[in-house]
Design a protein around this ligand. Structure first.
Ligand code: NDP
Length: 340
């Protein structure tokens, strides 16, 4: 009777906080797809997860084999119940690497963990969702995948898949980047987020009408305190949250970000498909001194823009909406991941 929710990366940050919100709501059973079961166990204990309604399952997104094993386990676990929600949340961020790190499958790590494996996972979980009366697939995008905005378009490097020459060649060692150009870790991360958002649109166009599944992507706001920035230098980790809080006004606490993702999974209005959800109180709003004077810019901790009313359907950049490129991305990713 509980709705089944699959979320990748529930052992930290956004995934953890969203799980907490879902468990409090009482309507859901959360399946946490995590690479480290021991860590998950510890985190669940510390956070007081209700283990009657939470199940951890092993999923290492750096391996296609692991994705397949996970979906087999999921299939057994669900029996004849449908999966009601799938959230592609887990990610790594490696902006300072001089050379790419590779997965067992020979892909650059951010590429496979953030994008390729989530693509494969979605293709395998979608058939388990078609019997749900309210199925939703949510991709965690980023402002960086949308170059209409300050954070996405104004900050170097800019996400750009160009003609996808790298991906068409398989994107295997030594080819790291989807555009086929030289490795740039910060750009790679942004490219993976752009690709996820494009995939969400493609899924909407191809499958929304026939399956009833709602596909969306979200930008939860910049979670500056999140461990995602663990590979950044210490000075950056120390000052970045302060910078985001006072200069750009785009800072959200982890808990508020979790509430936002929870809204997209729970709020009846978020059954709409083909949408890129964002919230006012993010980088588009309340910038600079004015915001600082209003005080409490950590949204949800008394700051401006908190609450469910602040959600809106954000515009998507020309890159995200480029139909030819989306088509090419779809085809090449299917080939690289063996999804079709
Ligand atoms: P965290 O680093 O806190 O969480 C990332 C999660 O991904 C962790 O649970 C981590 O597992 C998991 N993960 C990493 N590698 C793998 C793998 N190989 N297999 C399975 N799981 C893996 O970051 P956030 O919570 O901030 O990030 C969550 C999402 O939000 C990401 O998609 C990120 O891109 C996005 N986002 C973040 C923003 C921010 O400002 N932080 C802004 C916009 C979007 P483990 O716990 O074992 O480390």
């Amino acid at each position: 009777d509980k709705k089944l929710v699959v979320i990748t990366g529930t052992s930290s940050g956004l995934g953890k906080h969203t799980t907490k919100a879902l468990l409090q709501a009482n309507d859901y059973h959360v399946i946490g797809a995590v690479r480290d079961l021991e860590k998950m166990k510890l985190v669940a204990e510390l956070e007081g997860f209700d283990m009657e309604r939470f199940t951890a399952m092993e999923l290492d997104l750096a391996s296609f084999e692991s994705v397949k094993k996970f979906t087999e386990e999921l299939e057994k676990f669900r029996g004849d119940r449908p999966i009601d929600r799938l959230v592609c949340n887990a990610a790594v961020y490696q902006p300072t690497l001089a050379y790419p790190k590779w997965t067992v499958d020979g892909h650059e790590q951010q590429l496979q963990i953030n994008y390729l494996s989530h693509f494969l996972l979605t293709s395998k979980v979608m058939p388990m969702m078609t019997d749900s009366s309210d199925a939703r697939v949510v991709m965690i995008g980023s402002v960086t995948g949308n170059d209409n905005t300050v954070g996405g378009g104004g900050v170097y490097p800019i996400a750009d898949l160009k003609d996808l020459d790298g991906l068409e060649l398989g994107c295997k060692k030594p080819i790291a980047m989807m555009d086929g150009y030289n490795f740039n870790g910060a750009k790679m991360y942004k490219d993976t987020k752009l690709a996820l958002m494009m995939t969400s649109n493609m899924l909407h166009e191809r499958f929304h009408r026939s399956t009833g599944i709602a596909f969306s992507s979200i930008y939860p706001g910049c979670i500056a305190e999140s461990p995602l920035f663990r590979e950044k230098r210490p000075w950056f980790r120390k000052y970045f949250p302060i910078f985001m809080k006072y200069i750009t006004g785009g800072f959200v606490g982890e808990q508020e970000a979790g509430t936002r993702l929870f809204q997209v999974l729970h709020d009846p209005k978020c059954t709409k498909s083909g949408v890129y959800w964002s919230w006012n109180g993010g980088p588009r709003e309340g910038r600079g001194m004015e915001a600082m004077e209003k005080g409490g810019q950590i949204v949800g901790a008394g700051g401006a823009g908190g609450g469910w009313e602040s959600i809106f359907e954000n515009d998507q950049s020309d890159k995200v909406l480029n139909k030819d490129l989306v088509q090419k991305l779809w085809q090449s990713t299917n080939e690289v991941t063996g999804a079709e």
